[in-house]
Design a protein. Structure first.
Length: 449
């Protein structure tokens, strides 16, 4: 039976938990300050949306909003203005503006749905919008928008890592394809690590100083056959990391450090990639687009192969996902107009905001009917990210937890210590598990919803 992309993603893409990325802007493309506004129409309903982009991305975002104001906005007598708020300032400014009654009508944010609903920020979407999201987006993205049985927002960025690698290096070594298991990948990384004329080339790279130690941790445990949390409905009750599966996954990362296959302790992650010293890594799609293609390493970008991440022998590959969403503020005085604007941005076939997010920012497509190959992407990226990786995404489980920020920090510190060879894998996980459970018990308390 041949399945369409929509059928394939509906069948395979549903994750078990609905989550978004908490306080972790790294899987999203880097942003700078900026923004502007088109001149309002006379007597139009004025709406404001928060974006975090500046620079070239901010200019593209403004062009999109100008297009809305001249098209759908003009037809509905609505004018939208961008307010640029750096992502790291969202929570503080959201609290202040809501207390002052000066908040925006709509947000584009990575703050988890759990937090937005619990703090009475998110406006419940009309039934037609909830049905549209349920029917037209991949399962993992729908799960991330869902809390208490309702869908609260439209998913925009859908960030998940794939395995990227240098095709020319494989060809030079006479290797026809990337192997299928984590064990074989470690062997390949070791075999391809070498020095030439005093310059070291790394078989596998890992950004231990970035967001990967905490954001990528669930995926490496899943792909090793384990789980992190036990849930009661939407509520995480137990966290488990002191397991053979978690030790295998973290040990896979640490093993490549011990093999000398990574750049850790020698050069930075970006230096390795931008200078052609790296062969493989697992990273989200914004990285090759912005850091390599747009960062002056076009030759490396064109040489990239992309494929889905690999699992432990006998375990199906799964990758954690997170991202951003667009929603209406519960305090808006113009809810009907806010949702008209959101629909113009998100509904197919045009879906201008989804196209901006995927093609300009660099994100896996969340809509089921997003066309591939993707404009501005290499064929390898369209294949490896959009076609191979999207169906195996699963929402990051920590974002169902009220204490996710603390949980992430504890995980990050432990993983970093292991990768820097300051702690051994199994004792580190044994120490980490009670820390995580204490945070979970303290922050969840007696929550019953």
């Amino acid at each position: 039976m041949n399945l369409s992309r929509r059928q394939l993603l509906k069948t395979m893409g549903a994750g078990s938990l609905g989550l978004a990325l908490v306080g972790c802007a790294a899987p999203a493309a880097p942003a700078a300050d900026g923004g502007g506004a088109a001149e309002p129409s006379a007597a139009a309903t004025e709406l404001t949306i928060w974006f975090h982009w500046g620079g070239a991305a901010g200019e593209r975002a403004q062009e999109m909003i100008d297009s809305y104001n001249a098209d759908g906005g003009a037809a509905d007598n609505i004018n939208v203005t961008i307010e640029t708020v750096p992502g790291g300032e969202y929570r503080q400014k959201m609290t202040a503006t809501r207390m002052a009654g000066t908040g925006p009508d709509t947000y584009h944010t990575a703050i988890p749905i759990l937090e937005l609903v619990s703090n009475e920020v998110a406006l419940e979407m009309p039934d037609e919008d909830q049905a549209y999201v349920s029917d037209n987006y991949i399962g993992a993205a729908v799960d991330r928008m869902t809390f208490q049985g309702k869908i609260w927002a439209y998913p925009t960025e859908h960030q998940a890592a794939a395995l990227i690698y240098r095709r020319s290096v494989l060809e030079e070594e006479g290797i026809s394809e990337i192997p299928e298991t984590m064990e074989e990948l470690r062997d390949l990384a070791k075999a391809l690590t070498r020095e030439e004329d005093g310059i070291k080339f790394y078989g596998y790279t890992f950004n231990h100083d970035g967001y990967q130690p905490n954001f990528h941790f669930p995926g490496i445990v899943w792909r090793s056959g384990g789980e992190l949390y036990e849930f009661e409905g939407d509520i995480p009750r137990t966290v488990t990391v002191n397991t053979p599966e978690a030790a295998f996954g973290l040990g896979w990362w640490r093993g490549m450090v011990d093999d000398g296959s990574t750049q850790i302790g020698e050069v930075t992650y970006n230096e390795a990639w931008q200078n052609g010293l790296a062969f493989m890594t697992e990273i989200e799609p914004w990285y090759p687009l912005i850091v390599l293609r747009d960062g002056g390493a076009e030759e490396i970008f064109e040489d990239l192969g992309v494929t889905h991440v690999r699992g432990r022998s006998g375990v199906d590959p799964t990758i954690q996902s997170g991202g951003w969403e667009i929603l209406a503020d519960r305090s808006t005085e113009h809810p009907e107009e806010a949702f008209k604007f959101i629909r113009w941005m998100m509904h197919g076939p045009d879906m201008p905001f989804s196209r901006f997010i995927v093609e300009t920012i660099g994100s896996l497509p969340a809509p089921l009917d997003y066309p591939t190959p993707i404009e501005g992407w290499s064929d390898a990226m369209s294949q490896g990210y959009a076609i191979e990786t999207t169906p195996i995404t699963r929402p990051h489980p920590g974002l169902k937890a009220l204490g996710d920020g603390e949980l992430n920090q504890a995980i990050k510190e432990t993983v970093q210590a292991v990768l820097l060879q300051q702690k051994d894998v199994e004792p580190a996980l044994a120490d980490l598990e009670p820390q995580l459970q204490e945070i979970l018990d303290r922050t969840e308390g007696d929550r019953e919803f």
